[in-house]
Design a protein around this ligand. Structure first.
Ligand code: MRU
Length: 322
């Protein structure tokens, strides 16, 4: 699954809004193209938007003017507010560029490094997380935290499942549709059956309570690990609450670049997306035209509902170690 690649001074991404019906790649030639692609969710998922923004800066650096690079960084930071990886990756590239005289070269070097490291980190998260999955487990995941949400190959939460499957553990994966953008129905279901080839059951979001008694584990990704909770796709908090009620272990898989432990829930800017995402399906209005919809894209799960946060180093017990 190739989410992002940088080739001949162009950024090539798979258009995630078209999946699974079309596997279409688009070429981004300027940082403005990258801004649009992130806003429109052609690329999405915390690590993937970080990596894409880093390459957006490479495209901006071709202009040769450092103030243009800083302008690009400001605009890229305004695309989506919640996932910290976006801000982390942009700051990493800028800091590296400031250190070297040949700043254009530095921008490119750091962006490529972030991309390559993300792949290695995903592999480590997947290996660490695969240890919590037992043979015969039924595991639920929400949204898409797979290869498509990262630089590729493993992903985070889906990487845990992929690695467990590689270790020949028999697993059944329940995946939620994840309204309103349907990352679960379109992207996770696709990765689970096409790439991971695991026994998969797609469920509507409202079915989580009904299947919870049959589950052994929940594994999700994260957009920001805060000192008092984990921000992830809207609906994660209610899944964690149900898991707690049914004594099902709830895990978050996320790289250290998703950690922002100086901030707490009250500091978080939760993205509110266009109400059209709720009111329309495939461009067709399904609600009364004038109804007001409220569309927060993320929620925060308090640490006491989380049994472990799996990163590239270890599995953290959030209540004891954070
Ligand atoms: C490894 S991806 C982790 C998260 O970014 C993922 O779970 C998620 O919430 C994605 O939201 P999205 O709105 O699709 O960007």
């Amino acid at each position: 699954m190739e989410t992002v690649r940088f080739e001949k001074d162009k950024l090539i991404i798979i258009d995630q809004t078209k999946l699974p019906s079309k596997k279409e790649f688009i070429e981004l030639e300027t940082y403005k193209d990258v801004v649009k692609a992130i806003k429109n969710m052609k690329v999405r998922g915390a690590p993937a938007i970080g990596v894409t923004a880093a390459f957006g800066l490479v495209l901006a650096s071709k202009n040769g003017d450092f103030s243009y690079l800083k302008k690009a960084a400001r605009e890229l930071k305004q695309t989506r507010p919640t996932a910290v990886n976006l801000f982390w990756a942009i700051n990493e590239v800028l800091d590296h560029a400031k250190k070297l005289d040949e700043w254009e070269k530095a921008v490119r070097e750091r962006a490529i490094e972030i991309f390559k490291n993300d792949r290695k980190i995903n592999e480590k998260i997947s290996e660490n997380g695969s240890e919590v999955i037992s043979d015969g487990d039924s595991v639920l995941t929400h949204c898409n935290a797979g290869a498509l949400a990262t630089s590729g190959i493993y992903g985070t939460a889906l990487g845990v499942i992929k690695r467990a499957k590689e270790k020949e553990k028999e697993i059944t994966v329940y995946c939620t549709e994840t309204r309103p953008v349907l990352q679960g129905a379109r992207l996770t279901a696709y990765e689970l059956i096409e790439d991971i080839e695991v026994n998969t059951r797609l469920i509507v979001d409202n079915a989580v309570g009904s299947v919870m008694p049959d589950l052994d584990k929940v594994v999700v990704g994260a957009d920001r690990v805060l000192k008092d909770g984990v921000a992830n796709k809207i609906g994660t908090y209610q899944i964690a609450t149900l898991a707690d009620r049914h004594d099902v272990d709830f895990y978050v898989a996320a790289p250290k670049s998703t950690f922002d432990l100086d901030k707490s829930k009250k500091d978080l800017d939760i993205e509110i997306r266009d109400e059209k995402e709720i009111k329309e399906i495939c461009g067709c209005m399904i609600t009364p035209k004038n109804v007001k919809a409220h569309n927060p894209a993320f929620d925060v799960t308090p640490l006491e509902l989380i049994d472990g946060i799996i990163n590239e180093e270890k599995i953290i017990n959030p209540e004891k170690e954070m």
